[in-house]
Structure formats: structure tokens, C-alpha cells
Design a protein around this ligand. Structure first.
Ligand code: SAH
Ligand code: SF4
Ligand code: F3S
Length: 437
């Protein structure tokens, strides 16, 4: 009988991709994935270390799993992802429930580690092994799957922003060779995937293709059956001319870009070690919009970085006003052990909270305006799943807006023209106005 594997995923899209690959790595050991922890033979928490709250969740979740372990002494519990990498042995010491701790660069070793836990050991692996995990991970299955997929092409970061744990949890920047990426993309397309989102902590630093990320995108665009390409997350300093130009010339590259800036204050950007200023960022945005006027921009912001004054924060508000984001994420600064900024004096919590509320109000207005601007326009929607109402289908537009329609002519994986008729807080409503492809 198949053993049951439950994986709970926290954090960024790369963890979503990694969770899929971990499930595939354990399939030859007889595991099939289930969507609830009850009755599982193995539970893996794929964790995130980016902010204190994210890291704390791991220990509270482990506490909640205790009764399951009491019911089933054969249940194995593992911690994967960035908390595993950052805390390693400490997790095993602090939480007797944990049988296995595996860092993001060692997922190909999971089958041996699982076997070790069955032999009664507690397995911990957080080194960065010499071999590349992608060369050793189990072959991907051939079964049909949904129309969208993530595909990691680059991992790690050499930027060392003063606040960020990623260079420590994911290691140095590594790009997968283009031939491997193209082969994996081809397999995904054969399984029914029509939209691929290329992932990397700094995806636009990709150098596994002679033409960089733009070269890889052009190569992918040759795949018949692949309709849409996206990528995330980019760093402003790696936004080269070829990639900017591709936004205007590559039909399969979608008009949406997540380009975090973190702050609009040059003083704070310097203290963050971002190595660009606000004007550099605005210049990149102007060039992108010249290439693709309807590009929808998304960003990340941190408020209350150590030393941020009211004037610095107002610079961030001004930058947001100048850009006009369609969508964005914003966070209170969270000191992370081991990062340079964690040594500095913190901004008071209530000041952070006040700034976050003001920034989020502005970003929310911009998001609403961007959505309302779509009303009356025709977009193309790639349908992913049935909606909550009977007969309803939900998918994403070119601009990554969630769009729902009520129609009996579309189904999962169809790409159809839709006229947008209304805008709700987090989605658009529309009607299908032509044949699905
Ligand atoms: N590689 C991406 C994303 C990294 S993490 C990039 O370079 O932009 C995602 C976001 O989390 C960051 O963009 C940043 O806005 C936020 N973040 C990272 N560390 C943080 C910290 N210590 N406190 C608060 N937010 C943080
Ligand atoms: Fe973190 Fe900066 Fe690297 Fe992004 S670029 S992952 S924020 S260190
Ligand atoms: Fe979190 Fe690691 Fe992603 S810290 S944001 S899961 S790279």
C-alpha cells in the first residue's frame, strides 16, 4: 500500500516548486501526496525564514502535529526549506518530534534520509552538497497536470541586501543550463502546461544561456504549445537592455513584471546595500514602459528599516506615486539574525505599523485603479479552475489579474478572449467573447 506524504508549503513560489520536486523525489520510495496531515506517514514542512513571523510559524505548526505523532508512532516529521537551512541541528534539539531536517540544496538526498528515519535515526542535512541537486532529483512524472507551472531556472543570491536571509539560506547564485530548462519546459508542455513562470531569487541574473534571461525566454518562446512566459523575482540591477526589449517584442512574454525596489529613499537604499538609487529604478521603469506601454508593475517594499525617518518614508510614497503599481507587497522590517541590519537600532513598532498602513492604503488605491482601468477592455484568460458559483470558471489575464466568467464554452486549460465587465477587490468579472484556443 502506498505511504502517504503531506507537504505544507510556506514562503515564496520557489518553495511551491520545491515541494513538487520533493514529492516526486519520494515517489519511488512509495509515497503519494495527500492534502491533509491526518493519517499521513510523513509530514514535511517546507518553511520560510524571510521574516520573524514566518520562521515562528514552523514551531507552532510542529506543536500542532504532536497529537498525530502520539496516534501514529511511525509518522515521520521533517522540516525542509529556509528555516531548515538557517537553523539545522537547532530544530532537532528544540523539537523532539522532528525526525528529519533538509536544506533546499539537498532535496535529492531525501530518499536516503527517509530511509534513515525508518531505521530510527534523526537525519539532518544542511550542507550545500558538491553535486547539483537538479542533476540528481528523480525524473519528473509524465502524468497530465494543470495549465500553469513554475520552473526554477536560477537559485541563490549574491546581492546581500543588508536585511535579507536569502543569500545565507539559498546560497550563492547558480543558474541551470538552458538545455536542461528547455527539456523540462518541453516535458511540462507535453503534460498540458500552457504557461510557465520562470523562478529565481534573482531570476534576471540568469546566465545559463549566452543571451541571459532574455535569451532563455526567446528559446522557450519557440516551444509549440507554450502560450505564455512569465518570470519572477527580478532585481533592478540585472534588468538588461535585451530583457527590457523582449517585453516589447516577444509575444509570449506577458506584460507583467515584479520588480522590487524596497524603498524610495536613496539614503535607505544605500543602507540596505541595494546598489541602486531611486532615479535608477525610475529610469528602468520608463524604459520598460517605452518598450511595453501596458506593462503592469508589481513591487516589494520594506517600511521601518533601521534609520528610516519620516522624510525617507515620504520618499517611498513619492516613488510609489511616480510608478503607479498594479499590485504590490509591503512589509514591516523584521530583524533577521546574522544579517548586517540586525545589528542596527530599530524603528519603533508603532511607527512601522503607521507607515505600513499609509503605504498599503496608497498601494491598494493603485491596485483598484489598475483593475478598474481594465473594465470594458478585452483580455485573454487562461482558465485554471472552476469558480465558487455553478458554471463559473476562473483564470488569469495577461496582466495576472484573476478573472472569473460564467460560461459553458470554456474549461481548464482554455485560453479565451474575455471582455471585462466589473472589478471586485481582488478579481475581475468578464464574459467570454470568442472561441477558446
Ligand atoms: N529575491 C527577491 C525577493 C526576496 S524576499 C528580491 O530581491 O527582491 C521577498 C521580499 O521580502 C523582499 O523583496 C523584501 O521586500 C521582503 N523582505 C526580505 N527580507 C525582509 C526583512 N528582513 N524584513 C521585512 N521584509 C523583508
Ligand atoms: Fe534578498 Fe536582496 Fe538577494 Fe533579493 S536581492 S534575495 S532581497 S539579498
Ligand atoms: Fe522564504 Fe526562503 Fe523563499 S526565506 S521567501 S522560502 S527563498
Amino acid at each position: 500500500m502506498a505511504k502517504k506524504l503531506y507537504i505544507k508549503t510556506y514562503g515564496c513560489q520557489m518553495n511551491v516548486y520545491d515541494s513538487e520536486r520533493m514529492a516526486e523525489a519520494l515517489a519511488p520510495a512509495g509515497y503519494e501526496t495527500v492534502d491533509a496531515p491526518e493519517g499521513a506517514d510523513m509530514i514535511l514542512l517546507n518553511t520560510c525564514h524571510i521574516r520573524e513571523k514566518a520562521a515562528e510559524k514552523v514551531y507552532s505548526e510542529l506543536g500542532r502535529l504532536k497529537p498525530l505523532k502520539a496516534e501514529n508512532p511511525d509518522l515521520k516529521i521533517g522540516v525542509a526549506g529556509c528555516v531548515a537551512q538557517a537553523e539545522g541541528e537547532e530544530i532537532v534539539a528544540r523539537q523532539p518530534l522532528v525526525d528529519l531536517v533538509v536544506g533546499p540544496q539537498a532535496y535529492h538526498r531525501l530518499p536516503q534520509m527517509e530511509a534513515a528515519t525508518r531505521a530510527g535515526e534523526r537525519a539532518v542535512l544542511t550542507e550545500f552538497p558538491q553535486e547539483d541537486k537538479f542533476d540528481h532529483l528523480a525524473a519528473r512524472p509524465k502524468a497530465a497536470r494543470g495549465p500553469t507551472a513554475f520552473l526554477t531556472v536560477q537559485e541563490g543570491c549574491d546581492k546581500f541586501c543588508a536585511f535579507c536571509v536569502v543569500p545565507y539560506t539559498r546560497g550563492a547564485e547558480v543558474s541551470r543550463p538552458a538545455a536542461r530548462v528547455l527539456a523540462e519546459a518541453q516535458e511540462l508542455v507535453e503534460r498540458g502546461v500552457r504557461e510557465i513562470t520562470l523562478l529565481g531569487q534573482n531570476v534576471n541574473a540568469y546566465h545559463g544561456h549566452a543571451g541571459g534571461l532574455a535569451g532563455l525566454i526567446w528559446a522557450l518562446s519557440e516551444l509549440d504549445g507554450l502560450a505564455r512566459i512569465r518570470f519572477t523575482t527580478s532585481h533592478p540591477n540585472d534588468m538588461d537592455d535585451a530583457l527590457i526589449a523582449a517585453h516589447g517584442t516577444c509575444d509570449k512574454l506577458m506584460p507583467y513584471l515584479h520588480l522590487p525596489v524596497q524603498s524610495g529613499s536613496d539614503r535607505i537604499l544605500k543602507a540596505m546595500n541595494r546598489k541602486h538609487n531611486a532615479a535608477d529604478y525610475l529610469d528602468i521603469i520608463a524604459r520598460l514602459r517605452a518598450a511595453r506601454p501596458d506593462l503592469l508593475l508589481s513591487g516589494d517594499f520594506i517600511v521601518g528599516f533601521p534609520g528610516e525617518t519620516e522624510a525617507d518614508f515620504e520618499d517611498t510614497l513619492r516613488l510609489v506615486e511616480a510608478v503607479g503599481y498594479g499590485q504590490a507587497y509591503s512589509f514591516k522590517y523584521s530583524a533577521r539574525p546574522g544579517t548586517p541590519a540586525a545589528e542596527r537600532d530599530e524603528v519603533a513598532e508603532e511607527v512601522k505599523a503607521d507607515r505600513l498602513a499609509r503605504l498599503q492604503a496608497l498601494l491598494k488605491d493603485q491596485q483598484r485603479a489598475a483593475q478598474e482601468a481594465m473594465v470594458g477592455r478585452e483580455v485573454h484568460v487562461l482558465f485554471e479552475k472552476p469558480g465558487r458559483e455553478p458554471g463559473q470558471w476562473v483564470g488569469k489575464s495577461e496582466h495576472l489579474h484573476a478573472v472569473h466568467v460564467t460560461s459553458d464554452t470554456v474549461g481548464r486549460g482554455d485560453l479565451a478572449p474575455v471582455r471585462i465587465i466589473d472589478s471586485a477587490p481582488n478579481s475581475l468579472g468578464g464574459e467570454v467573447v470568442g472561441a477558446a484556443r
